[in-house]
Design a protein around this ligand. Structure first.
Ligand SMILES: *[C@@H]1O[C@H](CO)[C@@H](O)[C@H](O)[C@H]1NC(C)=O
Ligand SMILES: *[C@@H]1O[C@H](CO)[C@@H](O)[C@H](O)[C@H]1NC(C)=O
Ligand SMILES: *[C@@H]1O[C@H](CO)[C@@H](O)[C@H](O)[C@H]1NC(C)=O
Ligand SMILES: *[C@@H]1O[C@H](CO)[C@@H](O)[C@H](O)[C@H]1NC(C)=O
Ligand SMILES: *[C@@H]1O[C@H](CO)[C@@H](O)[C@H](O)[C@H]1NC(C)=O
Ligand SMILES: CC(=O)N[C@H]1CO[C@H](CO)[C@@H](O)[C@@H]1O
Length: 631
């Protein structure tokens, strides 16, 4: 019975012609501006932000008396923090008020730091399935990839997400293409006033719409009054932070089934969906549930427990010296291993400020960032507890003649891509703009499978989105990775991280440190300059680490070096943003600009300790630095 119903719905849908109504629905009629209905609508919309955030992200309400009563609905995707949800609802309401000056009904699926929905009408629409298309965005760029692979991947991802949304109203997930390193990222959401069955139907209609409007497109969105989908080839809006990719899991669903879904006509497809819903085979796609907002209390570790785990900070447990203090290995009684960072006591940060910062950083979760598990404070002593990664850091492999051969080109490429994703998340997708300020091989940790995870982020300072550049009186960073504008003027922005990232790419390819690189004849004393000279001589591949052997895709390597050179350009505004870098890496059809000469920095003198690489803050550090740009 269920199955027949689904097919029925598909037939109904196919015969209906989509109407593109955007956000103001004209079919419901018009009202007189400044009249009673308009007033009720405004009052109702202004009450939504607080009521939606106060009610778990979903709220319906109405204001005024029939016939001028205004009905409303507001919703944010699960896991959105209060501020972002409230901002998004306000932004959607504002747009509705601005654009729908006299339309009785309006609906806005808004993407503004998160995904939310605001809807108003003069009738009670709750529970009824609205299937006309409000809008579809059909991004102009075609995907330059194996088309079959692309279709199979897209549909398999959607099938899994729709199945999941059929019990939760919402799902976000990602799936890798077989034939490329790109992933599809997608979010599907139903309005929560619907029945789950209607939710399923509405979303399936979007899949069908996709086939007529948007096949082969890199990104797009389809909205109806009752549901919404969007997909991209990059993670957007921080909605994927806690979601593992599906490439491995996906294999459990037989390829034959997926191919059938792509090829067979729509009716069979509907049947397929219905049957699949029965079989629990789809659990293969289920994503992990998103963490709820962690409370500060649950992040706090007892100081005694930390002391015990590290045998009272015993030398034998010392892992090294990180950005702001010493790092120890700790083992809790249940066997859990952690990395414990004992912050230098010189930091003048107060306890409240420290806790706030920990709270913010603990919310940054991404598979390419080292996870902060918690903290501990006792008097002057401040401690951070991180996940423990067994494979130490990238520099340990990269600059060691014996270990570097473990990093073949595929691994190095995977590391470059992972670092890109991690920084992109910090810069743009984490709801705060976080500038790392000390990206370097030593701050890239490797997990058991040699996947990169960025360490030491976020504790320095964080920024609201509107604050993209700031100046600092103190220079914190590492020689060889610092961009010229930072060293000379103390200016830093996301483009400073891009510079350090460029150096890092070149180091990963060359297997050599930028700062201690020397040409045999002594003419060149850093890697960036050397690569720049090879670029001009068109002999780029000479720089590739001999440990990689001949086992690599020449075009891929050249493209990475090219991207590296674009990132280290002297003028920050010439450097690409991390999202551009990500696109350049994942979409080979994008033509890259020619790089301008790099800006770089070298040390003229440093008396105290010529080998000291780190320039930590402190009254005794005196530096003298010159910036030159080679011609
Ligand atoms: C509605 O009221 C606003 C301010 O009260 C006024 O500026 C606007 O002209 C009015 N619009 C109409 C159509 O009366
Ligand atoms: C809102 O109205 C403006 C001006 O009429 C228009 O340019 C814009 O596309 C509209 N936006 C939406 C989402 O309807
Ligand atoms: C909503 O407004 C339209 C157009 O004025 C009207 O025909 C309809 O009856 C109204 N609906 C309700 C429930 O008042
Ligand atoms: C495209 O991908 C499919 C499925 O992954 C594969 O069977 C086919 O050989 C690929 N075709 C090309 C031209 O790479
Ligand atoms: C969307 O893209 C397809 C090509 O894939 C094109 O045929 C269609 O006209 C586009 N639709 C819109 C609304 O741009
Ligand atoms: C249930 C609920 O939270 N209602 C609130 C909705 O918003 C208005 C105005 O902000 C409040 O007065 C209500 O208490």
């Amino acid at each position: 019975m269920d199955d027949l119903l689904v097919i029925f719905w598909f037939v109904v849908f196919i015969s209906s012609v989509p109407v593109s109504a955007d956000i103001c629905l004209e079919r419901s009629g018009f009202f007189t501006p400044n009249g009673t209905y308009d007033l009720n609508r405004r009052v109702m919309l202004s009450s939504l932000p607080s009521n939606v955030t106060g009610n778990n992200g979903f709220y319906t309400t109405s204001t005024g008396q029939v016939p001028n009563r205004a009905y409303g609905l507001g919703m944010c995707v699960p896991g959105t923090d209060t501020q972002s949800c409230s901002d998004c609802i306000i932004s959607a309401s504002d747009r509705l008020l601005r654009n729908c000056t006299n339309q009785i009904e309006g609906i806005d699926w808004r993407l503004d730091r998160t995904l939310c929905l605001v809807r108003y009408s003069n009738r009670s629409f709750y529970g009824s399935l609205g299937t006309e298309i409000l809008r579809y965005e059909n991004y102009t760029r075609d995907f330059q990839a194996n088309f079959t692979d692309l279709e199979i991947t897209w549909e398999a991802l959607m099938v899994g997400l729709i199945d999941e949304a059929s019990s939760l109203y919402y799902a976000a997930g990602t799936r890798k293409l077989e034939s490329s390193i790109s992933h599809f990222y997608s979010v599907v959401q139903c309005s929560k006033d619907l029945s789950l069955q209607n939710c399923n139907q509405c979303l399936q209609q979007n899949v069908i719409e996709y086939r007529s409007c948007c096949r082969g497109r890199q990104g797009g969105a389809i909205s109806r009054p009752s549901c919404f989908i969007r997909w991209e080839v990059y993670p957007f809006l921080g909605l994927f932070d806690n979601i593992p990719p599906r490439e491995k899991d996906g294999k459990r669903v037989s390829k034959g089934i997926i191919v059938a879904i792509v090829v067979v006509p729509v009716l069979l497809l509907a049947l397929g969906f219905a049957l699949y819903r029965r079989r629990k085979a789809y659990r293969a796609f289920t994503t992990e549930t998103v963490d709820d907002i962690t409370t500060l209390g649950s992040l706090q570790y007892g100081y005694k427990a930390i002391e015990a785990a590290t045998s009272n900070f015993h030398e034998d447990n010392k892992l090294g010296h990180g950005g702001f203090g010493e790092v120890y290995r700790g083992t809790f009684p249940n066997g859990t291993e952690v990395a414990v960072k004992r912050l230098s006591k010189t930091s003048r940060q107060g306890e409240e400020e420290f806790k706030n910062e920990v709270f913010l950083v603990a919310k940054l979760q991404h598979r390419n960032l080292v996870r902060l598990l918690g903290f501990s404070v006792k008097g002057e002593e401040k401690i951070l507890v991180y996940e423990f990664l067994p494979n130490r850091s990238l520099d340990y492999f990269l600059f060691d003649p014996l270990k570097s051969s473990q990093l073949d080109w595929t691994r190095r490429y995977n590391i470059i891509e992972g670092i890109t994703r991690g920084i992109l998340y910090l810069h743009q997708d984490s709801r705060l703009t976080i500038i790392h300020r000390d990206l370097k091989a030593g701050n890239i940790l490797l997990d058991a499978d040699l996947n990169p995870k960025i360490a030491d982020f976020g504790m320095a300072r964080n920024f609201r989105v509107d604050q993209t550049e700031a100046t600092t009186g103190r220079v914190v960073g590492t020689f060889g990775y610092m961009p010229p504008e930072y060293v000379t003027n103390g200016q830093f922005s996301t483009k400073s991280d891009v510079y350090s990232f460029g150096v890092l790419i070149l180091e990963i390819i060359a297997g050599k440190k930028n700062s201690s690189f020397n040409e045999k004849d002594g003419s060149i004393s850093n890697l960036v300059t050397y690569v720049w000279r090879l670029w001009n001589n068109e002999s780029l591949l000479e720089m590739v680490d001999p440990a990689v052997e001949e086992n690599y895709d020449r075009n891929e390597v050249i493209r990475c070096i090219h991207i590296g050179l674009l990132c280290v350009q002297e003028n920050p505004s010439d450097r690409p943003t991390m999202s551009t870098v990500f696109h350049m890496l994942t979409t080979t059809s994008i033509t890259l600009d020619l790089p301008h000469p790099p800006g770089f920095v070298f040390r003229v003198k440093s008396e105290a300790n010529p080998l000291a690489e780190r320039l930590q803050t402190g009254p005794s550090t005196s530096i003298s630095i010159t910036c030159v740009s080679p011609r």
